[in-house]
Design a protein around this ligand. Structure first.
Ligand code: PMT
Length: 401
């Protein structure tokens, strides 16, 4: 509930602005007071009349408006709230925020505010992945600006990829969490994600096909519910998920050490594809390909099992240990055996056979195995799998309270 909380909503110019109309309604339904700034770009997509009707008050558009300044100065507008929400946040507005520009009412309010800021980016996939946008995001994250989304999926221009604005329920969760609420507020959670890589020599390594998309989405979904998330990630090409403390590692041994350092945690979700073996005869110098010499023999040693280690009984065992099972045959059967063998509470099983599209893809078909039985979830975007899992985790902790 957001009773009496005051939100300043900035709507900038993107097609996702239509979702912001529903956001206003849902915020007010939860008891929040919503004031809106509509940029010139935003007004190309939604009308001031629609915004003001839904917000139940006037919409602010101009920085040099005598009427607005007489009623409420733009500096007061920027500060007379509990949270500033920017939805959609275009690439242009992100760049202005990062660069400290103040050339319209929205950017001026963002520069002048002393309130927390939550942004919901929305843009084309190439704009999202552009190094300039990623650098701007890193700058804003370092300043404590919160973020929800974007999600992957079909985009307005017929392309597909990262860039869709988060859905309204996700933004509502992020608003609640930003205001110190959320179903997982105050809960410490650790998530592992991505592959680990095991060096053969200083140049070469053994790796696997995990992209980190599923694990990172889970970390973001848990953070959106207010959890204090430590995300331990192998090498991936993904932006840090919003609201998470990210620890970067390469090998399984480093991942285990980081996971243990993140304890105590109430929940551990091990979504990383950890290498089961490391190279025992690691060569400190590059192995040379000598003419006529046989190829080198690489011998392997077993890596520690992070999930099993975290799940072992002890004072620091998370109350809920959730593993994943990546299988290519008899998915549920193998996952059930893994749940027992590794001692975790739940296992999320997925098929990673060639053709499944699970590794690196945007969607996943999972089965949730608990002591009570197995649930078959439909084929869903990874972000939705993550949200459902985060909901289940929150419900499990609430029941166990
Ligand atoms: O990253 P994406 O491209 O989005 O793909 C997602 C995914 C397929 C990687 C993910 O959904 C998934 O299945 N992750 C687990 C991959 C894996 O290593 O599964 P496994 O069945 O080999 O391991 C079982 C469990 O033990 C996993 O929770 C794993 O993190 C854990 N494990 C495994 C080995 C080890 N040494 N330590 C571990 O903790």
């Amino acid at each position: 509930m957001l009773d009496g909380r005051r939100i300043l909503l900035i709507i900038s110019g993107g097609i996702a602005a239509y979702k912001s109309l529903d956001l206003i309604r849902r915020l007010r339904e939860r008891g929040a007071e919503v004031r809106c700034i509509l940029t010139a770009g935003g007004a190309q997509f939604v009308t001031p009349l629609a915004v003001s009707t839904l917000a139940g008050g006037r919409v602010f558009q101009e920085i040099f408006s005598l009427t607005d300044e007489a009623e409420i100065g733009h500096i007061t507008l920027a500060r007379d709230c509990d949270l500033v929400v920017v939805a959609p946040a275009t690439a242009n507005l992100l760049a202005k925020m990062a660069g400290g520009l103040a050339d319209d009412l929205a950017s001026t309010a963002l520069l002048a505010t002393d309130r927390p800021i939550l942004m919901a980016p929305a843009m084309n996939v190439r704009m999202w992945t552009h190094p300039a946008t990623q650098a701007n995001l890193a700058t804003l994250a370092a300043r404590g600006v919160r973020r929800v989304g974007p999600n992957a999926g079909p985009l307005a221009e017929g392309e597909s990829g990262m860039g869709r604005m988060a859905e309204v329920p996700e933004i509502l969760e992020a608003v609640t969490a930003a205001l110190g609420g959320g179903r997982l507020a105050g809960r410490r959670v650790l998530v592992t994600s991505g592959p680990t890589i095991e060096p053969i020599d200083p140049v070469r390594f053994i790796a696997n096909r995990s992209s980190g998309k599923q694990g990172h989405a889970i970390a973001a979904a848990l953070a959106a519910l207010g959890a204090e998330v430590t995300l331990i990630s192998g090498p991936v090409h993904l932006a840090d998920p919003p609201g998470c403390r990210v620890v970067r590692v390469e090998t399984a041994a480093e991942m285990l050490a980081a996971a243990q350092a993140a304890l105590p945690a109430e929940v551990a979700v091990c979504a990383a594809a950890v290498a089961d073996w490391r190279v025992e005869n690691y060569a400190a110098a590059k192995r040379k390909k000598e003419p006529g010499a046989p190829p080198p023999v690489i011998s392997l040693a077993a890596n520690p099992d992070i999930l099993a280690t975290l799940s072992a009984a002890g004072p620091q065992r998370p109350r809920l240990a959730v593993g994943f099972a990546a299988e290519t045959e008899n998915v549920v059967e193998h996952a059930a055996a893994k749940r027992v063998r590794k001692g975790c509470d739940w296992i999320v099983a997925n098929d990673v056979s060639p053709g499944s599209g699970t590794f690196g893809g945007e969607s996943n078909t999972v089965h949730l195995l608990t002591a009570e039985g197995t649930e078959d979830w439909p084929h869903l975007p990874k972000a939705e799998v993550a949200r459902r899992l985060a909901d289940r985790i929150a419900a499990a902790l609430e029941t166990a309270r």
